[in-house]
Design a protein around this ligand. Structure first.
Ligand SMILES: N[C@@H](CCC(=O)N[C@@H](CS)C(=O)NCC(=O)O)C(=O)O
Length: 216
């Protein structure tokens, strides 16, 4: 009954791996550092024609792609872990709202940022503009989320959900936590709490260490 995660350290597979760690479900990772080139992307092709991580293969052999779908599905499959409000719960609407906001408005920017030539062509100036503007867009999206969400100890209540894991990872990418704490100070305080969860300390150390730009 082992899950298979196609992923890479510090990537969008990290919240999926963190969720599986909190759930206590056995899983193994097939490492594919997709932003490092065609050969790495090809490793994911058998399960995801987009050649992107994360992809999850369930113990029954079904493949799920799209980080938000995987996280929401895992929370539903493992209610004992209490990693998200169930359908019908009063907190469900905001949970779905923000679980969708992250990939639609923020995570999608990294398809451009990881290879700015995809939109900017070979022009270095166009690429630099793309990098600067996408960083601003990401910071602005975090600020908008901050203006709408009223965190408790965690983003949606007194206990962590998969949304906390998702934001904890995405907020460490460019423009990094340094900027995130400025534009989203209340969510920033929550993220330090997520980073400090005792049951995830070994996991963070192995899969997304708090070093360099990736500080808490
Ligand atoms: N919409 C996808 C985006 C996944 C994604 O962008 N993953 C990155 C790594 S963090 C990737 O594999 N990029 C390689 C590429 O897009 O070519 C999701 O939410 O899972």
């Amino acid at each position: 009954m082992t899950y298979i995660v196609y992923g890479a350290a510090g990537s969008g597979s990290a919240p999926v791996e963190a969720a599986l760690t909190l759930i206590g479900a056995p899983y193994r990772v097939i490492e594919a550092v997709t932003w490092e080139g065609e050969a790495e992307r090809d490793k994911v092709a058998p399960v995801n024609p987009m050649r992107q991580i994360p992809a999850l293969v369930t113990p029954e052999g079904e493949t799920i792609t799209e980080s938000a779908a995987i996280l929401i599905w895992l929370a539903e499959q493992h209610p004992e872990a209490a990693l998200g409000p169930d359908p019908g719960d009063p907190g469900r609407a905001q949970f779905l709202r923000w679980m969708t906001f992250i990939p639609a408005s923020i995570y999608s920017m990294y398809w451009i940022r990881d290879a700015p030539a995809r939109l900017g062509g070979d022009d270095p100036e166009a690429q630099a503009t793309i990098l600067a503007r996408t960083a601003e867009r990401i910071a602005d999206c975090w600020a908008k989320m901050e203006s709408q969400i009223v965190p408790d100890r965690f983003l949606l209540g007194p206990e962590p959900t998969v949304l906390d894991l998702y934001v904890a990872v995405a907020s460490r990418w460019t423009p990094h936590r340094k900027r995130f704490h400025v534009v989203a100070p209340r969510m920033g305080a929550v993220m330090r709490r997520v980073d400090a969860l005792p049951e995830l300390q070994d996991f963070w150390a192995e899969r997304f260490p708090f070093a360099g730009n990736y500080v808490s």
